[in-house]
Ligand binder design. Structure first.
Ligand code: GRF
Length: 277
């Protein structure tokens, strides 16, 4: 079986990355992670990739300052160099522009913690609670230049309970995200979900499942609703995450060694001073 190669773009915790890593660990899963890319050098997701021995790269947007085009060009080059056929955003906190999205036309998807088109953007759980909603959930959608605006591919619904807090609701939605994202990636890999011109065409059997993460219903609801390499000038912010981790470890042991040596010299000087008295 040829597995679909995916790139997973992350910025933080990486629990959705972990769900994809776990799914891909099954040889029968029709996709594999070719590369993990983080715009944040401190992302916990990088440790998850390292633990799973998956290639991980850092493409730090802050090095590019206002040059979004150069950042996205470098990001795209990493993805292409690793042969990824599908780009999965998983808590990736940068808005991708039309040039990048055209380069990976119909091949960029995202997971969002709401039942789109409701609650685009941030703080979705708090807003759903404040509005007195009875249902909430998560959606995987095609990425378009507008925030959380592309066509929904599939969603899972969660019933809001009377005593829900942002934390309890977020935890239940997140658990559904971890089921939904690998399911959608698998269906794309199998060709059961096809994205054309930003629109989603899914197999009839997948379209209208009941979807909820509550006690009453379970299921995923599928809805109908590529090259350049980074220039040398931009090579600096691109780094292999493992090399960065090694460099951090070396720096830590160097500073630790320096502290010990400094302490020893200070003690020696005090002893010499005492001997001279
Ligand atoms: C998830 O809630 C996802 O839906 C949203 O950002 C969060 C990322 O969480 N886009 P994690 O980094 O995957 O744990």
């Amino acid at each position: 079986m040829t597995r679909l190669k995916i790139a997973v773009l992350v910025s933080g915790r990486g629990s959705n990355l972990q769900a994809l890593i776990d799914a891909c660990a099954d040889p029968a899963f029709p996709a594999e992670i070719a590369v993990v890319v983080s715009n944040n050098p401190e992302a916990q997701a990088l440790a998850r990739a390292a633990q799973a021995e998956i290639p991980a790269m850092i493409c730090d947007h802050s090095y590019f300052r206002d040059d979004k085009a150069a950042f996205e060009d470098s990001l795209a080059a990493i993805i292409e160099q690793h042969g990824a056929q599908l780009v999965c955003l998983a808590g990736f906190m940068r808005l991708l522009g039309p040039v990048f999205l055209n380069r990976f036309k119909d091949r960029v998807i995202n997971i969002h913690p709401s039942l789109l088109p409701a609650y685009k953007g941030l703080d979705t759980h708090a807003r759903a609670l404040a509005a007195g909603e009875t249902t909430h959930g998560c959606t995987v959608h095609v990425v378009s230049p507008g925030m959380d605006e592309g066509s929904p591919i599939a969603s899972r619904m969660v019933t809001i309970l009377p005593d829900d807090t942002v934390e309890t609701l977020a935890a239940r939605v997140l658990a559904e995200e971890h089921v939904l994202y690998p399911e959608v990636v698998a269906e794309i890999a199998r060709g059961n979900v096809v994205i054309r011109q930003g629109r989603v065409e899914s197999a009839p059997a997948l379209r209208h499942h009941e979807g909820t993460g509550s006690e009453s219903h379970h299921g995923t609801s599928m809805t109908d609703h590529s090259h350049a390499t980074s220039s040398d000038a931009h090579a600096a912010p691109i780094a292999d995450a493992q090399s960065v981790a090694r460099a951090h470890a070396m720096w830590a042991s160097f500073t630790q060694g320096t502290l010990i040596a400094g302490g020893a010299i200070a003690i020696l000087l005090v002893l010499m001073a005492l001997a001279l008295l």
